[in-house]
Design a protein around this ligand. Sequence first.
Ligand SMILES: *[C@@H]1O[C@H](CO)[C@@H](O)[C@H](O)[C@H]1NC(C)=O
Ligand SMILES: *[C@@H]1O[C@H](CO)[C@@H](O)[C@H](O)[C@H]1NC(C)=O
Ligand SMILES: *[C@@H]1O[C@H](CO)[C@@H](O)[C@H](O)[C@H]1NC(C)=O
Ligand SMILES: *[C@@H]1O[C@H](CO)[C@@H](O)[C@H](O)[C@H]1NC(C)=O
Length: 269
Amino acid sequence: MCLPQLGVLWLFVAVRLTTAEQVTVHTSDSVRVSCLQSVTLHCNITSQEELQIKHLSWFNADIPDSTLCEVNPQTGEIEPPNPQNPQNPQNLHRRVQCTYTPSSQLTLTLFPVRPHDQGTYTCKLRSTKGIKVSTTRVELQECYREAFASFNDLGPTCVFTGVYPDGDVHWFQGTNNLTGDAQNNTKQEEVGGARTVTSSLKIGNEGGAYNCSLWIPSTGVYLTSRDIGCVEESSFRSKSIAGCGVAAFGPVWTLYFFFLFLHSIVSSV
Ligand SMILES: *[C@@H]1O[C@H](CO)[C@@H](O)[C@H](O)[C@H]1NC(C)=O
Ligand SMILES: *[C@@H]1O[C@H](CO)[C@@H](O)[C@H](O)[C@H]1NC(C)=O
Ligand SMILES: *[C@@H]1O[C@H](CO)[C@@H](O)[C@H](O)[C@H]1NC(C)=O
Ligand SMILES: *[C@@H]1O[C@H](CO)[C@@H](O)[C@H](O)[C@H]1NC(C)=O
């Protein structure tokens, strides 16, 4: 008596489960990306039967009304984003590209990624089978955009742009850590959430070759390093010679005087 009833109940549960799974949207849980790279978020749709889509979009879950791409349910084309949207941050619409494969996939590509783009992105599907959402978390890896090393009035100077997250400049001469002699350290916030980090090294007349390294405290790594040789930048040549002096030019002068000496011997013969 009891067993057939249980069987009917199981059948009921199984039917419920398959109807619930008839339509799914699937996204990656999270992606890690370096600043300035591109990131592509897939929203994969599966459906057991032909789907009538009423709404399909990607938006930034952290920002109200921030639709990044939306499919027009009539034409199946991507609607252009509204650049007038005051919630549309960081000119996001200019850095977003979407593609739609009817009834199967909406992809959002963000390029270049900026620190402020970090956050949760949601794909939302509304169809005759109800509403489905799925989210992807976009996380940024430590990064920088450019590194410049030069010799200027303040001494050896390094500038790192597009630094994320916070960074410090450490100075070395050979294996000596000269960070204690750094001066005029500055950090400037850029549009998009990264920073420009600058540092100079106070030096005496001892000269030599230096390197500056970008230290990221939160991850505990040196991200990059630049060497400042004595004569590598022609525009700073006179300054560099003053700074590095005899160490670099000693051999050249010795050679020059040697040839003068040779010449005088040859002419006197
Ligand atoms: C979505 O589909 C693409 C193939 O078109 C695949 O490369 C990707 O891994 C899928 N992503 C998810 C989250 O299912
Ligand atoms: C700086 O240069 C020195 C000598 O070339 C080297 O030993 C050291 O590893 C460099 N430091 C960094 C952090 O790259
Ligand atoms: C160099 O000196 C700085 C500041 O004193 C310190 O934070 C850093 O760990 C040192 N780096 C190395 C490689 O010794
Ligand atoms: C560099 O820092 C010193 C003091 O540490 C200051 O007197 C000088 O004006 C600064 N120079 C520049 C160009 O910022």
